[in-house]
Design a protein around this ligand. Structure first.
Ligand code: F0G
Length: 456
């Protein structure tokens, strides 16, 4: 596998330090085996998330200086709105401070008086906000997604047949929204095809249910469509993005991913009626409509990042990093959600530790081992991250036991990727010695951020 060279050079650097193995063993113990409790300067390669960890370009940093900090009517706000309208084709654009803020503002409007939200897969904060709005989030991904070794092109897709069955079972009047998450983060950063988006839209129309796009990784999704969906092989990324959003009534976006900024989010919608409600909630929770909880400088960097994020040579390098790391794991026989997704390698921890039961959290066990092995911080996307059932409060088994290694945009080099691969190979060699974990303290929702664990 050839490494696709960076389409940029580096102008500013941030020093890293590597602790000794003994120090790392001590640090992770002090953190109660929860990597969210580690200090970042005790981490060598931080793959906790690709969210807000991006390196901005020289143009974005120049934009920071140009940011208009006016409370109302700032030029930076108008730049974001004009750029987002141009790229996403929706009339009404509301900036907010991040993705979950968009969810907090919009979802209660869509879910008022409803019982369910159905998604190809809810991300954890989206799931949390559906529950907070008094509804039940139901995931409806295609069955191919569940087999990590099956190399299907669009494993993020909605299972449209099941979607229709669910709507009939729940009653269409009880389903507040259909959420299409692109790429499908929780299924492994897997793409969704335009064909699938069109079919989902047809069902939304048939039953009169609004369709929302959770658009955190819309550009990576568009790149995969260009590679894998023949209809779009000659289309530009911008054209594919426009086609994707054409089928949504509204979108929420964490701009901390594909818009390559450190903070920011957007809500987009076609309905003036919904926009009027969004504005009111935004003023209460986020700030006045023309800044939405962001500084003017954040807005300016966002307006520029939205354009940089859909540059094809950047996306080729970006997805190329994932493919390079995945190829090294293939060579070593390490299972991951394959083909590799757009923002992360999701290592199949259940396959790495075949004798560890799901309720001992294999994804979390591998996360801890990676930190001890090489100071790498990933995170569990498995039964540990899965909250208890909102009604029965029982432990729920996740569809997967992943350790996610999310790659920040434009941050790490090929040498870093090799260190990650080498660490996984070393752990695989001693896999039968690795022990599971139990939770000794947890919050009622989004528990994985603050839980305390004990090694078994
Ligand atoms: N939707 C998706 C698909 C996401 O991946 C995230 C965040 C959000 C919504 C919420 O956005 O963080 O800006 O509030 N995902 C990050 C991650 C945290 O690590 O995958 P946010």
């Amino acid at each position: 596998m050839k490494y696709i060279p960076e389409p940029f050079r580096i102008k500013s650097v941030e020093p890293l330090r590597m602790l000794t193995r003994e120090e790392r063993v001590q640090k992770i113990k002090e953190a109660n085996y929860n990597v969210f409790a580690l200090n970042s300067d005790d981490v060598y390669i931080d793959l906790l998330t690709d969210s807000g960890t991006n390196a901005m370009s020289n143009a974005q940093w120049a934009g920071v200086m140009n940011g208009d900090e006016s409370y109302a009517g700032a030029t930076s706000y108008r730049n974001v709105v004009a750029t987002a309208r141009d790229i996403f084709g929706m009339e009404y654009i509301q900036p907010v401070h991040q993705g979950r803020a968009a969810e907090k503002v919009l979802l209660p409007i869509l879910l008022e008086g409803k019982k369910y939200a159905i998604s190809n897969m809810h991300f954890d904060t989206t799931r949390g906000h559906v529950v907070l709005a008094g509804c039940i989030p139901v995931d409806c991904v295609v069955p191919e997604a569940l087999d990590t070794q099956l190399r299907a092109p669009f494993k993020g897709n909605m299972d449209v047949e099941r979607l229709e069955k669910l709507i009939n079972e729940f009653g269409k009047e009880n389903v507040g929204v259909i959420i299409m998450t692109v790429t499908n983060n929780s299924a492994g950063g897997q793409p969704v095809s335009i064909e699938n988006i069109r079919k989902t839209r047809a069902i939304a129309d048939k039953y009169g249910i609004p369709m929302m796009i959770d658009a955190a990784r819309y550009a990576e999704n568009a790149y995969f469509i260009k590679q894998r969906e023949p209809e779009f092989k000659n289309a530009t990324i911008k054209e594919i993005v426009a086609e994707t959003f054409k089928y949504g009534d509204m979108f929420t976006m964490s701009a901390k991913k594909d818009a390559i900024v450190n903070m920011g989010g957007l809500i987009g919608m076609r309905s003036k009626k919904i926009y009027d409600l969004v504005k009111q909630r935004c003023i209460s929770f986020e700030g006045f409509v023309t800044y939405g909880g962001l500084s003017g400088r954040d807005l300016e960097a966002l307006a520029i990042g939205l354009k940089e994020g859909i540059d094809e040579s950047y996306l080729q390098y970006r997805i190329g990093q994932m493919e390079y790391l995945a190829a090294r794991l293939d060579e070593a026989g390490i299972a991951y959600q394959s083909p590799v997704g757009g923002h992360a390698v999701f290592v199949d921890a259940a396959k790495m530790f075949p004798n560890m039961p799901w309720y001992e959290y294999p994804g979390q066990a591998l996360t801890v081992e990676l930190y001890i092995e090489a100071g790498i911080r990933g995170c569990d996307i498995g039964s540990y991250m899965m909250d208890r059932h909102p009604v029965t409060r029982e432990e729920q088994r996740a569809e997967f036991e992943f350790t996610r290694l999310a790659i920040p945009r434009r941050v790490y080099t090929q040498a870093h990727l090799d260190i990650i691969a080498d660490a996984l190979i070393a752990i695989k060699e001693r896999a039968n010695e690795v022990k599971g974990y139990k939770i000794i303290e947890e919050a009622p929702i989004l528990r994985h951020f603050t839980a305390k664990l004990e090694a078994l």
